[in-house]
Design a protein around this ligand. Structure first.
Ligand code: PHE
Length: 369
């Protein structure tokens, strides 16, 4: 018969001597594992006479409990010591700067658009919108494009495949079809963000995406325009000129901007003009407000009587003017970007450099940017 006191002393020494948790676990297996010395002792109880068992049972079980307690206590002590040792080797330098957090920015096109909208809203224009996919009627026919006009041809326009009714829709090539939507009353059931059939007098601007098959330093296949439309009685070229000159001076935030109206042709306006701004193009950069060069920035004119008629308005009663300008190109000019295609390349470095803080909300009362 093993001397329980000796065994307990030997086991206790083994536990106390374990230098780390791995060695302690080996000791635990030696003592309480399947064939551990205390486990084996417990198994001898089965072969004992009832009297013997009554005496040995509590003694051996007590031994097992004390061993388990000692192992648990030693384990807790060793774990605490190991954690302390690990922490002692770790240095946290709270004075180090935090890793930079990536912050998004407002795209220059959207910033420019917001600036333009803020200026026109301040002049009393309201906002109208239309869809990117347009009918041939709204994009061309209602706007007085003759049937064989070159702009309808494949090289300019993205045509969609014919639908079941034999109709060929287009990706709108300009925001001018929204002029038609604003004036024309139809019975179509449309989502309520799409402009439809307003009573004159009308004063709207129309921001939106436009599409043309074109790509070079100053053209991209998708770009943005803002259209303007004013319909009222006795509207003339003077209203058009004042509105656009006021807009340009406020947009470029310099009183030195010199503009000129150059006769032009659009099927939907008569007379038509393009506005150029005085600029300096030397040194591969365009600078506004100096130099002796001209840069075209927008198209405009008096709404053609045929367009008014196509939209159900009597040209003897109502007149108006319209204009359309490229938003990306105006932004490029104002903020000095050399290539329009970069605007849509989604290069994060470019966006970080040219992007705006969301807090730089354009407000004509406090400054635009
Ligand atoms: N829609 C014309 C274009 O995209 C611009 C324009 C709009 C001209 C309104 C006159 C009136 O070039």
């Amino acid at each position: 018969m093993t001397n329980l006191a000796d065994l307990e002393a030997a086991n206790a020494a083994l536990i106390a001597a374990a230098p780390d948790t791995a060695t302690l676990d080996e000791a635990r297996v030696q003592i309480l594992g399947k064939v551990g010395n205390v486990s084996l002792l417990l198994k001898t109880l089965g072969a004992m006479s009832p009297e013997e068992r009554r005496e040995q049972g509590p003694a051996i079980n007590g031994l097992r409990e004390r061993m388990a307690e000692q192992i648990a206590a030693r384990k807790a002590a060793l774990e605490a010591a190991e954690l302390d040792a690990e922490l002692a080797g770790v240095h946290v330098d709270l004075t180090l700067p935090a890793p930079p957090r990536r912050r998004g920015s407002v795209h220059p096109t959207m910033q420019t658009m917001d600036e333009m909208i803020a200026i026109f809203a301040d002049m009393g224009f309201s906002l109208a919108e239309g869809p990117d996919i347009e009918t041939d009627f709204n994009n061309f026919t209602a706007l007085n494009f003759p049937p064989k006009h070159p702009a309808r041809e494949m090289h300019d326009t993205f045509f969609l495949p014919e639908d079941a009714n034999g109709e060929r829709k287009v990706l709108r090539t300009h925001t001018s079809p929204v002029q038609v939507r604003v004036m024309n009353r139809t019975n179509e059931k449309l989502p309520n963000w799409i402009a439809q059939g307003q009573e004159p007098p009308i004063r709207v601007i129309v921001p939106g995406r436009t599409f043309r098959k074109d790509s070079d330093q100053t053209h991209t296949p998708m770009f943005h325009q803002i259209e303007g439309l004013v319909i009222d009685r006795n509207i003339h070229m003077g209203h058009l000129k004042w509105t656009l000159e006021t807009f340009i001076a406020r947009f470029f935030e310099t009183p030195e901007v010199v503009t000129r109206f150059r006769p032009h042709h659009f099927p939907f306006t008569e007379p038509s003009a393009e506005i150029d701004v005085r600029c300096d193009r030397s040194g591969g950069e365009v600078r506004i407000g100096q130099g002796d060069d001209w840069l075209e920035i927008l198209g405009c004119g008096m709404v053609h009587p045929n367009v008014l008629r196509n939209c159900g308005l009597d040209p003897d009663e109502w007149q108006g003017f319209a204009f359309g300008c490229g938003v990306d190109r105006l932004g490029m000019l104002k903020y000095g970007m050399p290539d329009l295609r970069d605007m849509f390349a989604s290069d994060v470095r470019w966006l970080q450099h040219y992007g705006f803080s969301p807090f730089a909300m354009p407000d004509p009362a406090t400054g635009l940017s």
